[in-house]
Design a protein around this ligand. Structure first.
Ligand SMILES: *Cc1c(COP(=O)(O)O)cnc(C)c1O
Length: 374
């Protein structure tokens, strides 16, 4: 057996083993994992420092998961947007292909809590169906392999999928969403990197929620992927008691950049049944973005989005106060220090004929004169 498989098999999945390691009530955990499975890899176990810390909350089952009666199993209505099994086609030019239900860890706040942990990979016939759909749909230029976690597939299956996708001429990008580098870094092997390299452009969006997840081993695994030419992005879920704090979030974004990962999305928690206890207010996310934008590298600022309940897709949110006013003459702006600036609009119509006179003097000057061209 490959090393990573053996390490994955050493994960905590049984309530009595968790009780022995963390002193929790095995009976209580038993009641939860019957509905929502648990898996905690050795890497993640080793990162838990104390009861209820940011890593613990993400992976240790909580009775609150069973006390959520109102929310739906599939708030994003993915099942309704699935033209063939395992494929979600919500946007015009890109699709999601769920290739396995298995994950290295089962995040307690998972959006696909309804599916994950059930056995089974994408079967050969199902892959054929997905490929046939994509071949027919020439508008699709971007496929995202998701699940579950695509990097839990054995190498030969991952390669079978990548190879099949690359037979579709109009397909430009292949993306993978994965929590594997952060939770089972041993899975990132030279063999895996060699496979991925053959099918470029392959992008990966990795899942990280807390700076403590970026251990030296995890950073090394990410480095191998980056060296294999894979542009790395990160997706983070805003979680109560885990990362709903500007300081933690800034540290996370800085750690990601150090690991050569560009923060991509910060998600407002979905309305998935069994995950309500992780939700924060929308203002919490907006304040975090405000605390980053302008105060640190622009590279460290992710897009804050809400995946709209009812299947509306991802909708970006920006703190409202950067643009105070806009009309045909210009825009009144406020910067990260809350200082006001005026940006004049190009003058419509008259500008071309009368370039000299058209620059209205009232608009021409930038307030405060603070214009830093370099
Ligand atoms: C998130 C998502 C995508 C990809 O969205 P991007 O904004 O392009 O990253 C595609 N399909 C579905 C169903 C998604 O949820």
């Amino acid at each position: 057996m490959e090393t990573w498989r053996r390490i994955l098999a050493d994960s905590i999945v049984k309530p009595k083993d968790l009780a022995a390691r963390l002193g929790v009530d095995a009976k209580e955990i038993e009641a939860i994992v019957g509905d929502y499975p648990m898996r905690i890899t050795p890497t993640v176990m080793a990162t838990i420092k104390e009861k209820g810390d940011a890593i613990w909350k993400q992976v240790v089952p909580d009775i609150a998961e069973m006390e959520d009666f109102e929310a739906e199993d599939d708030p994003l209505e993915e099942d309704l947007m699935s033209p063939v099994p395992h494929l979600v086609h919500r946007y015009p030019d890109r699709v999601l292909l769920m290739v396995t239900n298995q994950c290295p860890i089962y995040c307690r706040f998972c959006t696909r809590k309804r599916l994950v942990g059930k056995p089974g990979f994408l079967k050969k016939g199902e892959l054929d169906q997905a490929i046939a759909y994509l071949r027919e749909h020439t508008e699709v230029r971007d496929v995202i392999l998701s699940g579950g976690d695509p990097l839990l597939l054995p190498d030969y299956l991952l390669e079978r999928i990548l190879k099949a996708l690359r037979t579709i001429p109009h397909l430009e990008l292949i993306r993978l969403g994965s929590r594997v580098p952060g939770t089972l870094p041993e899975r990132i092997t030279p063999e895996l990197c060699a496979i991925v390299k053959k099918y470029h452009p392959v992008y990966m969006n990795l899942h990280f929620n807390h700076p403590d997840e970026l251990t030296p081993e995890v950073k090394a695994a990410c480095g191998m992927l980056a060296d294999a030419g894979v542009p790395l992005g990160a997706q983070t879920v805003l979680l109560k008691g885990v990362n709903d704090d500007p300081d933690i979030m800034r540290r996370l974004m800085h750690q990601l950049l150090l690991a050569r990962i560009k923060p991509y999305y910060l998600y407002q928690a979905d309305l998935t049944k069994g995950t309500n206890h992780f939700r924060t207010t929308v203002e919490t996310g907006l304040n975090i973005i405000k605390s980053l934008q302008g105060h640190t590298s622009g590279m460290a600022v992710p897009h804050f989005v809400i995946d709209a309940p009812g299947g509306g897709g991802k909708i970006p949110l920006l703190p409202g106060d950067y643009m105070v006013h806009m009309d045909a003459a210009g825009v009144l702006l406020k910067n990260y220090e809350n200082k006001a600036f005026h940006y004049p609009q190009p003058q419509q119509g008259s500008a071309r004929e009368l370039p000299m006179v058209s620059a209205a003097p009232a608009l021409g000057s930038c307030s405060n004169g603070e214009h830093d061209d370099l």
